[in-house]
Design a protein around this ligand. Structure first.
Ligand code: HEM
Length: 416
C-alpha cells in the first residue's frame, strides 16, 4: 500500500486498527502506520515531567540495564496463531503502544461514545514514572510459527536442577513482556493495554507482579533488600561499563542468529521463600547462609557493602569467613561468570494448602549466554547452597529478548 493509500484509511478504521475493541488483527503490514497517523490527534499531551520518561527506542531494549524501577509485571503469553503475519502485526501494534505509553501518553479515546475507549484510562493524569517495556520470545515461539531454523540453539527449557519443584502454571511461554515503572498502577496499565491489544493473537499464560522498596521510601537509592532482609543486587556487574556489558549481557555478532545481536537472554525463576522458617533462624545462621552481614550487606568480616568479596579469607583459626557453601561464595565462584540480576520480591497472599505466605523472589537475570552463565551457576547453587533450606523454585522460563528498536521499526523486526 502506498503512503497515499495508507492516508486513505478512515479515522474510524484507524481507531479499530490500533488494535482493541474487537477489530484486532484486521490490518496489513502497513496498516499500523496509518493507524498511528490517524489516531495521533487523540493522544493526550505528554504527562509533565520529562525526567520520568525513559526512551523506548535505542540500541538495546529498555528495562535491562535500566536501574530497577519500584514495580514490575512479568507476563508470559501463548501464541494463538501459527501465522507469522499475525505476529508481525501484533509486534507493530505493541511497539507503537509501548513507545507512546513509555512517554506517558495515552493510547487515545474513541470519538464514538458508543465504542469502548482505546486506552483503558487508569493512567490518565499520571506521569510516565520511568515506565519501560522489554519484549522477548521463548523456545516454543519458533515451534508454533515453524521457524525453528532461526531459533538460537541454547533457547530451550532449562535442565532440571536439584530441588526444583516446578509447576506448569509458572513455566515457559511463547512471548514475554517485562513492564517496570515507579508506580504500580502505571505499570499495570501498560501491561493491561498490551494484553488487550494482543487479544485474539496471544493469551496470557502467567503473570507475576514484583516490587521492591520504593524510591520515595529510600531517596538515597541504596541497594534494595529482599524479603529475607538482605541487600540484594550488590554484586551485580557495573551496567555503566560498556565492555563488561558486551562481555556478559549483550548477545554479540556471531554468538547465534543475527536477529538477536544486541539482545540478551532473560531467565525467570519464581522462587518461593519459606519466610516463616527463615524468620525462626538466628542472625548468625542467616549471615552464614548468604556470606554477608545483614545490616550493612558487607561480606562477612568486612565493614563496607562494596568491599571485595574474598572467599578464601580466613579468621585467626583458619576458618573461612565466608562459608564455602554460602550463597555468595557459590554464586561468585572464581568471579568469572557474571549475570545481571534484576529480580523483584513478590507476595501472592496466603497459600491455603499450608496456611503459609506465598512470598518470594521473582528472580530475573539477563545474560549473553544461558549455557555458559546461568546454568553452571544455578547447577552449583541447586546442589550446595545453604539457602536451599529456605527456598523452592516453582517456576522457570527462558526468553531471547530482542535488540533495541529503531524509531520507525518494530520489536523483533529482524526475526520476522
Ligand atoms: C530466593 C532466591 C535468592 C535470593 C534470596 C538471593 C539473594 C542474594 C543475596 C542477598 C546476595 C548478596 C548480595 C548481592 O550481591 O546481590 C546474592 C548474590 C548473588 N546471587 Fe542470589 N539470590 C537468590 C537466587 C539466586 C539465583 C537463582 C542465582 C543465579 C543462578 C543467584 C545469583 C547470585 C549472584 C551471581 C550473586 C552475586 C555473587 C557475587 O559475585 O558476589 N541468586 N543473592
Amino acid at each position: 500500500m502506498s503512503k497515499l493509500e495508507t492516508n486513505k484509511v478512515s479515522r474510524r478504521d484507524a481507531l479499530k486498527l490500533i488494535g482493541v475493541g474487537g477489530a484486532g488483527l484486521l490490518i496489513g503490514a502497513t496498516g499500523i502506520e496509518a493507524a498511528s497517523e490517524k489516531v495521533s490527534n487523540f493522544f493526550s499531551p505528554s504527562r509533565a515531567d520529562a525526567s520520568e520518561i525513559l526512551p523506548f527506542y535505542g540500541k538495546h531494549q529498555q528495562g535491562i540495564l535500566t536501574p530497577a524501577q519500584d514495580f514490575m509485571y512479568l507476563a508470559s503469553f501463548n501464541l494463538e496463531t501459527s501465522l507469522k503475519a499475525d505476529v508481525k502485526n501484533l509486534f507493530k501494534k505493541w511497539t507503537e503502544a509501548a513507545a507512546l505509553l513509555s512517554e506517558g501518553k495515552s493510547l487515545g479515546d474513541s470519538d464514538f461514545p458508543s465504542s469502548p475507549p482505546i486506552d483503558t484510562g487508569e493512567a490518565i493524569g499520571l506521569q510516565a514514572m520511568k515506565l519501560t517495556f522489554t519484549f522477548g520470545v521463548g523456545p516454543t515461539f519458533f515451534d508454533k510459527l515453524s521457524i525453528q531454523s532461526i531459533k538460537p540453539s541454547q533457547l530451550k527449557d532449562l535442565p532440571h536442577f536439584s530441588g526444583d519443584n516446578l509447576s506448569d502454571e509458572w513455566n515457559g511461554g511463547d512471548i514475554v513482556i517485562q513492564v517496570c515503572a515507579n508506580d504500580q498502577q502505571v505499570s499495570f496499565h501498560g501491561l493491561r493495554n498490551l494484553i488487550r491489544i494482543g487479544r485474539g493473537t496471544v493469551s496470557l499464560k502467567w503473570m507475576q507482579h514484583g516490587f521492591q522498596r520504593s524510591s520515595s521510601a529510600d531517596p538515597s537509592g541504596s541497594t534494595p533488600r529482599n524479603l529475607m532482609g538482605f541487600k540484594d543486587g550488590t554484586g551485580n556487574p557495573d551496567t555503566k561499563d560498556e565492555k563488561e556489558m558486551n562481555k556478559h549481557i549483550w548477545v554479540q555478532n556471531g554468538d547465534g542468529p543475527a536477529w538477536l545481536s544486541g539482545g540478551s537472554y532473560l531467565v525467570a525463576r519464581r522462587i518461593r521463600i519459606r519466610v516463616e522458617e527463615w524468620d525462626r533462624s538466628s542472625l548468625l545462621d542467616q549471615e552464614q547462609t548468604f556470606g554477608r552481614h545483614r545490616a550493612t550487606g558487607a561480606p562477612i568480616g568486612e565493614m563496607d557493602e562494596f568491599a571485595k568479596v574474598d572467599i578464601k579469607k580466613t579468621d585467626d583459626n583458619g576458618k573461612l569467613l565466608i562459608p564455602a557453601d554460602s550463597h555468595v561464595a557459590l554464586a561468585r565462584g572464581k568471579g568469572k561468570i557474571k549475570i545481571l540480576r534484576r529480580s523483584y520480591s513478590y507476595t501472592d497472599g496466603l497459600d491455603i494448602r499450608t496456611g503459609k505466605l506465598d512470598a518470594g523472589l521473582l528472580f530475573v537475570s539477563f545474560q549473553r549466554d544461558i549455557e555458559k552463565q546461568f546454568i553452571p551457576m544455578q547447577d552449583k547453587l541447586a546442589k550446595m547452597d545453604l539457602l536451599n533450606e529456605y527456598i523452592e523454585h516453582n517456576g522457570s522460563a527462558v526468553f531471547a529478548c530482542f535488540p533495541g528498536v529503531k524509531n520507525g521499526s518494530y520489536i523483533g523486526e529482524g526475526l520476522l
